[in-house]
Design a protein around this ligand. Structure first.
Ligand SMILES: [Zn+2]
Length: 580
């Protein structure tokens, strides 16, 4: 899944958690006057979860099994099925009721075997490369000349007699789409071996693939994605006229399906309200050129360890905690969409869905709507944040689909779905690349995250009510209809408030209602808050222009006003929340 998109928490209400400040029953804290660390909860189960989480945390064992014993877990492969069975049995070993639930099928089964390849003439060089999932292999070692992709029609015509059994190396810059298409057609006719294209920046091989394949219609030509530096070296040789031969043995195997696709669903059944649910999870599927460690082994491992910690602590929650490891996330959130569809009847009583899919950096908080604030603070009060492991509950104007992961189908169905806040540090480099391996994950951060998930899951399951969904939906934000670079308008779009107000490309925003915005985010922030009518001072060439934009005629503005009143009333009724 998706990189974590930066999520603007609209009204952040930072605060520090602590038992005293929260008025939590202090039977334990009152008793201790010695050097024992200050207890953070009166609930013995939570206290035990914290203790076990610090002294006997096994989250990295789960991750290690997923990454090293099982390996990549592309949906619809044997690797995925192995992982699903293992995870189900793991949950069962903690006493949970676990099963596999089928959400659909993929047309063909894909298996990626061990592949080798490189330059064989004029020098021998082993290559680091990958191919897209659900594409053909070579069917044995295929050796042939490397030809630099032609950039003109004449070049293509001249090359046609040599295409049979050749490896075509992409030109840079790329030729026209039309010429490339003509080349592809000629390669099919002549039975070229395949194409070589460069990987991403920083020597990253990027993983992807289209699962919608049909037997007999899969291109024979193999698409090799080569490490950027090796591709550059290869292309340089060809450009200076070297005769180069390549050989690849790509062991991709596609077999007829359909392949049933599953989620792992494991219930720690509630003691009082078994038909009410708290959902905790991540996605079990991964791309397959690495180990899917950060995306999303980390999220599965924290869910599994949370289940272990809660049960090992003797937790028998009031409502059911349902651990779900989804499949098909990378192909379009299939597992979570299928879950929401199949469990429609339970969604009213599904209090929350907490999805950990932002990699290995520590879970550092959640942003929620005002009506859930107090509950969130209560649930996470036992966590004591520090510099290393910050944790903050923020207030947002409705639940945003940050990250576009498995919480999104829940949000769309009206269930409070959350994507944990994380710094995302180190994630971009590995995300969907061949670098996504176990060794990139920091054990300390993962251990803390497992504790956070366990405390959250148990806490929400213990509340005496389901979470309040009032105003959980996002009100359409105010838009200006401009593209910004810093505070400079690079483009005024054809429709929108800015266009109506006569703004021009190149205008620079000097101030909004008298305040100078320092960057693009500040502009967005200032536009979204406060009155729905704002005065802008713009610099246009040598001129200073004053311009008023009024959103007052929009439906969303009315909704925003009504919502602000409801929030105010809620804050009056909840002075403790308001005072933070
Ligand atoms: Zn993911």
């Amino acid at each position: 899944m998706p990189k974590k998109t930066l999520l603007a928490s609209l009204t952040l209400l930072p605060f520090l958690l602590g038992p005293l400040a929260l008025g939590i029953p202090h039977s334990i804290s009152a008793a201790s006057g010695t050097s024992a660390p200050a207890p953070r909860t009166a609930d013995p189960v939570v206290a035990r979860i914290l203790e076990l989480g610090e002294q006997d945390n096994r989250v990295q064992e789960h991750l290690h099994t997923l990454c090293k014993t099982i390996g990549p877990r592309l949906t619809g492969t044997a690797g995925y099925d192995r992982a699903a069975r293992w995870a189900m049995e793991e949950f069962q070993s903690f006493g949970l009721q676990a099963r596999l639930e089928t959400w659909g099928e993929f047309p063909m089964r894909f298996e990626r075997g061990y592949s080798t390849g490189g330059m064989v003439e004029p020098a021998e060089v082993d290559y680091t490369f990958t191919t897209s999932a659900w594409t053909n292999g070579t069917g044995g070692p295929r050796r042939g000349p490397a030809l630099l992709e032609p950039t003109t029609q004449e070049g293509l015509e001249a090359m046609k007699p040599r295409l049979a059994g050749a490896w075509i190396v992409n030109a840079e810059p790329a030729p026209s789409a039309e010429l490339r298409r003509d080349l592809r057609e000629a390669c099919v006719v002549a039975k070229a071996h395949g194409y070589i294209r460069p990987g991403g920046r920083s020597e990253r091989l990027l993983m992807s693939g289209n699962h919608k394949v049909e037997a007999g219609k899969i291109p024979e030509q193999v698409q090799i994605q080569l490490l950027r530096s090796q591709y550059d070296g290869l292309r340089a040789r060809l450009e200076k006229g070297d005769a180069v031969a390549l050989e690849f043995d790509v062991r991709n195997v596609l077999t007829d399906g359909p392949v049933p696709c599953t989620n792992v669903v494991a219930d720690l059944v509630g003691s009082e309200r078994p038909d009410e649910f708290v959902i905790v999870g991540g996605h079990l599927d991964s791309w397959d050129a690495a180990e899917g460690a950060q995306d999303n082994g980390t999220g599965c491992a924290t869910a599994i360890e949370a289940a272990r910690l809660i049960t090992a602590a003797g937790g028998r929650p009031r409502r059911t905690i349902r651990f779900v490891l989804f499949g098909g996330e990378e192909q379009g959130l299939f597992g979570s969409r299928g879950y929401v569809e199949a469990h429609k009847a339970e969604l009213d009583k599904t209090s929350i869905a907490l999805i950990h899919d932002g990699g290995g950096s520590v879970l550092s908080g959640l942003d929620t709507s005002y009506a859930m604030l107090e509950d969130f603070r209560q649930v996470f009060a036992p966590l004591v944040p520090d510099e290393r492991f910050p944790f903050k509950i923020g207030e947002s104007d409705g639940l945003l689909n940050s990250g576009d992961s498995d919480h999104a189908p829940f949000l769309r169905a009206g269930v409070p779905g959350f994507f944990w806040n994380q710094s995302g540090q180190g994630y971009d480099r590995v995300h969907h690349t061949h670098f996504d391996v176990f060794e990139t994950v920091d054990p300390a951060q993962q251990q803390r995250s497992a504790i956070v998930v366990a405390v959250g899951a148990y806490g929400f399951a213990q509340l005496d009510h389901l979470l309040d969904r009032t105003d959980a939906a996002v009100v359409e934000p105010r838009r200006m209809g401009v593209s910004l670079e810093g505070t400079r308008i690079t483009r005024v779009s054809g429709r929108g408030k800015a266009k109506d107000a006569g703004w021009q490309d190149g205008d620079v925003i000097l101030s909004i209602d008298g305040t100078e915005p320092k960057d693009r985010d500040a502009v967005t922030e200032m536009v979204r808050h406060g009155a729905g009518k704002k005065v802008f001072r713009l610099k246009r060439g040598e001129e200073i222009v004053e311009s008023t934009i009024d959103w007052g005629d929009e439906d969303s503005e009315k909704q925003r006003g009504e919502r602000a009143l409801r929030r105010e009333a809620w804050m009056r009724d909840h002075p403790a929340a308001a005072s933070r």
